[in-house]
Design a protein around this ligand. Sequence first.
Ligand code: PLP
Length: 385
Amino acid sequence: MTALLPYGRHSVTEDDVAAVVAALRSDWLTTGPQVDAFEADLAGWTGGVACAAVANGTAALHVAYAAAGIGPGDEVVVPPMTFAATASTAVALGARVVFADVEEETYTLDPAAVAAAVTSRTRVVSAVDYAGHPADHDALRGVLAGTGALLLADAAHSIGATYHGRPVGSLADLTTFSFFPTKNLTTAEGGAVAALDPALLARARRFRNHGLVRDRAEQRWPDEGGWHQEVHEFGLNYRLPDVLCALGRSQLRRLGDFLAARERLVRRYDEALADLPGVRRPGRRSWARPAWHLYPIRVLDGRRREVYDRMRAAGIGVQVNYIPAHWHPVFADLGYRRGSCPVAEGFYAEQLSLPLYPGLTEADQERVVDALGAALRASTARAAA
Ligand SMILES: *Cc1c(COP(=O)(O)O)cnc(C)c1O
């Protein structure tokens, strides 16, 4: 019995281990010099847009929404084809989430659906760069022009991707990253926020650290004493430790290699699946250079569930990304209805993520393609549910 091939997996080298060990031996465990250095290195991937490192990708979204000032009475537009955190962190601040459907080819937020969803209460529109393919950020900006709403990019899948040659991190007012082990680089747990407006980044940094105000010039009672710090707005502890920032810096040195490996694997999948009936390969716009976090295929003719089960039984760790976010019981209980986002829901019914990570070998990939072909041949067509 061969081991299960996961759908995603980190790549950690001896250099990464040495970077972590060196940080552990330093005078700092949490906030120290590696944090500033990691943030500076990250900005090398965002076109120079400044970043704040945080505890994870969910914290990055929470921090970004808090920096945008959202609260009760505000609306945040989110695509359903995402992990729950894109929506739940807005709800945590008291906002109402409005789901807008995705585009048929890339499964990223559809600007026309956003235009229909925006109201006078819309404060943030969150585009998810699904599978690492950038959303159509310029078109989304066009829709938001004059509304006062901010554009947020949930770039948990897309660090290093480009849009019309411009890097992710420089496209939206706020961009959030995740460094979870399955993502394109890892700090174990970790994330970051990039912000075009320095005032937004300052608010993000403050929320990350309990809302503490240490600058005397900004304090209400600056003559309290040398120890004094104040909270003006509530924040939380979402700091990313020095030890993990050291890992992030070491990982960032290989991000270009990771992206090249993912591109190479995607090309091989594209070729291997070109003539396989019953599957549709992921789409890609001419203006995008995706970061390929996922390789999401569509399994046609109602065969997805059976193909998933058969591939799992064959030791291939395929995954489904994602159940439409508004289908989660917590949203269903709030009155959100199935059928409201037909493109995302139709995609979900057929979606399957094949294993994709830099350490995947050509032999592994052949195993995946063979198992997919066998599962398709063995399964029966069913009418769509
Ligand atoms: C992974 C992910 C997140 C959350 O990131 P964590 O680091 O796991 O908290 C948010 N949005 C999307 C689209 C993700 O894939």
